[in-house]
Design a protein around this ligand. Structure first.
Ligand SMILES: [Zn+2]
Ligand SMILES: [Zn+2]
Length: 359
């Protein structure tokens, strides 16, 4: 049983400079009337955390030190504000990291992922969840069933990006899709597409381990572009027709232009995550000739209920993605491993309170 008594302090992994993490005890701030104090049980390390840790910025978004990383988290409710009605002490929750204003025109339209006033955990200047306790608004917490682990609940965050991609692309039952790049987001896109009813799920990555994981998660056809040619292989698999939708998580401009050649007439190309170069030259002429649409994905909105349902269904073994486990004291070690071991580390979990027994 998890101890849910009120803490005096919250041990926190603080980024002091590029590549430099220090552990310190902080005092959690007082909770507001609509806020909840959550004991953080698991936090996944995301590509953006690694980027901020290594470079101190992503594009124009720069870290001001000290800063706290981490946004893929789940935990237990320790205390609720006066007006909180959905949760009580001891409830297990997934933490949706983007706290939107719910007042602007985008929030009103339900597109709260593009709210200009959003405060997103671990996106500067908002501190993240590499800490034992966080204060979070009731409306961005989601109950999780007893048989969904804290790790799985934390993974609902990257899964949400996959769900948002499938939602934006309008994946329909029977669609054939291609996923290029099989980091956590690519792998999560596979299961989201499966949930939306995709038929052929063709995947491509140069790391054999990632192709094996993709197979376990439900992908149907596999391409290692180091050994075979992506375009001819995809056309072979689809009887020369190509795919309905292509999702790219590699961020490589040449990959995006390659996939355009194997998208059906009227199909869609969906970059997920930021490209590795600032601008990407695209073969618009070919896109026009086939009326291919380009659809983008920025974070997610209204995806947590489905994500949690998918985890609870046990149809997809997402625990396969978790390759490493670290305590909060080892946060720097964990980030360092995430930065340097992209071959065999897929998702690294950090446990701010207690390490699981099976580590
Ligand atoms: Zn993330
Ligand atoms: Zn808003």
């Amino acid at each position: 049983l998890i101890n849910v008594s009120l803490p005096d302090s919250s041990k926190t992994a603080v980024l002091r400079d590029k590549l430099k993490v220090e552990i310190e005890n902080q005092i959690p701030r007082e909770i507001g009337e609509e806020e909840v104090l959550v004991k953080v049980m698991a936090v996944g390390i995301c590509g953006s955390d690694i980027h901020f840790y290594e470079h101190g910025r992503i594009g124009r978004k720069a870290v001001t030190y000290p800063f706290v990383l981490g946004h893929e988290s789940a935990g237990v409710v320790v205390k609720v504000g006066k007006n909180v009605t959905s949760f009580k002490k001891g409830d297990r929750v997934a933490v949706e990291p983007g706290v939107s204003c719910m007042k602007c025109e985008y929030c009103k339209k339900g597109r709260y992922n593009i709210c200009p006033n959003v405060q997103f955990l671990s996106a500067p200047p908002t501190n993240g969840s590499f800490t034992q306790y966080i204060v979070h608004p009731e409306h961005f917490l989601h109950s999780i069933p007893d048989d969904v682990s804290f790790e799985e609940a934390a993974l609902v965050e990257p899964l949400s990006v996959g769900i948002q991609a499938c939602k934006n692309a309008g994946v329909m039952p029977g669609d054939d899709i291609l996923v290029t790049g099989l980091g956590p987001i690519g792998l999560m896109t596979i299961i989201a597409a499966k949930e939306f009813g995709a038929k052929k799920i063709i995947v491509s990555d140069i790391e054999p381990l990632r192709l094996v994981l993709a197979k376990k998660l439900g992908a149907t056809h596999f391409i290692n572009p180091k050994e075979e040619q992506l375009t001819s292989k995809v056309l072979g698999i689809t009887n020369g027709n190509g795919v309905d939708i292509s999702f790219d998580t590699s961020g490589q401009p040449f990959v995006m232009n390659e996939v355009i050649q194997v998208i059906k007439r009227g199909g869609k190309v969906v970059p997920i995550g930021f490209p590795v170069t600032e601008t990407v030259p695209l073969d618009i002429t070919q896109m026009i000739m086939k009326e291919i649409s380009l659809l983008t994905v920025y974070r997610f909105a209204n995806t947590y209920p489905l994500g949690i349902k998918m985890m609870a269904s046990k149809k997809y073994d997402c625990s396969l993605l978790i390759t490493d486990h670290f305590s909060l004291d080892e946060a720097e070690l964990a980030l360092e491993k995430a930065r340097t071991n992209k071959q065999t580390s897929i998702k690294i979990m950090v446990y701010p309170n207690e390490l699981p027994a099976n580590r």
